[in-house]
Design a protein around this ligand. Sequence first.
Ligand SMILES: [Zn+2]
Length: 487
Amino acid sequence: MRARLVPAVAALVVVAPVPEAAAQADSAAVAAARTITAPDLRLRIGALAHDSMRGRATPSPELDKAARHIARRFEEFGLRPADGDSYLQAYPLTASRAGTPSRQALAIEGPGGGAIATADYIAVPGGRGQASGPAVIVPGGGAEPPPGSVALVPVTPEGLRDALESIRGFLDGGAVAVLLAVDGPDDYFSAIRRFYERERLSVGVPEELGAPIALVRAGALPEALRTALSTGRGGNGYEATVRTQSEFREERAFNTIGWIEGSDPELRGEFVVFTAHMDHLGVGRPVDGDSIYNGADDDASGTAAIMELAEAFASLETPPRRSLVFMTVSGEERGLLGSAWYAENPLFPIGATVANLNIDMIGRNWQDTVVAIGRNESTLGRSLEETLGDHPELGLAMIDDPWPEENFYFRSDHYNFARKGVPVLFFFTGTHEDYHGPNDEADRILYDKTARITRLIFHLGRRIADADDPPEWDPAAYRRVVEGAGR
Ligand SMILES: [Zn+2]
């Protein structure tokens, strides 16, 4: 990871461009920006958000179709493929869920013991097999259960995450099974139950824990064990038998990535990355008979913008000085998965990636404003202001994030770049009543506004790629976002 805390070097040597060359570059840029049009966006969003694309769920054949469709456009525009000779970066996914109840069992033998009702325990994905042994209360991470024991770990809602992360350690210490005894409000256990019963996707190949693991409602355990869990005393003489069989499926999805090499031999090893997510929610609960979650604004709007940006930049006779990367990722709605994979497996060095401009939902709400989340974190905010100043014809103003409580900063793909030290800007025009509903349809998009925002991002991208110096983090923001992400 590259630190971007180089204090602004005073008195930069500014090489003034020859006026005539600058004027030529400007008129070329104006012509290129004109290739970004509302009718093009209407066509592109219409294709991605069409019912036949069935909401582009990750993973699905329709999402693969979208990935290939975008790859073909990149090829037509003349972009270079990013992954060898392919525009598609494939990555592995694991689909997991708590196993079907009939294949699980949990019994405690001892005073007041017996079989635990299926409603009172949940098989944790990753665990499988059957094991029996003395139930030994293990107070938490770092403690070592005796070899051959079933580790019984008291867990509060706040401590659940840490407890799940300690499972590996308990097994390495010799436990033959792990039971996390969850003590919380009545509806808490049913909430985590619902969470685990839904299929979850994660990046990478399945991690098998090789032993049965379950969450159990503390209230369902024999009274003496319950008391022992809360006091840390007693509770000896119980045997536990655990059988779990979690369900795994290996899947894969694509990111589509093309690039344009920069024109400056000194700077073409640095990259400006444009991103949007091409996936959405797929087919879901019907509303008024419509079950296809089209995701026109979320995020066919950003995906179409990426295609328009690629086309516009490719139309320039002389590309900008730095190289440009155009990326449409998948798995965003399932947890920023495609961008997470890219951040760990980049095709262009992350340390030489000077900016990420991410576009997610730019097609609805106000006609004349755009929110650029992250603008106070780096010099990118100032570059955006200057770009807006140079382009009054766009009729756009930048406003502050009106919804700080929503934490949108952590909710789209730029975050995976930011935590790796890349300065980011996230272009967004807000949620609406059709957000994550089947009515997020192409005919509700404001195409003229979407085109103007896309042109703004074109001019900004060009400014960043042509600047003598790369963007720099605000030091306090760097500590919070980048160094804080390591926790
Ligand atoms: Zn979304």
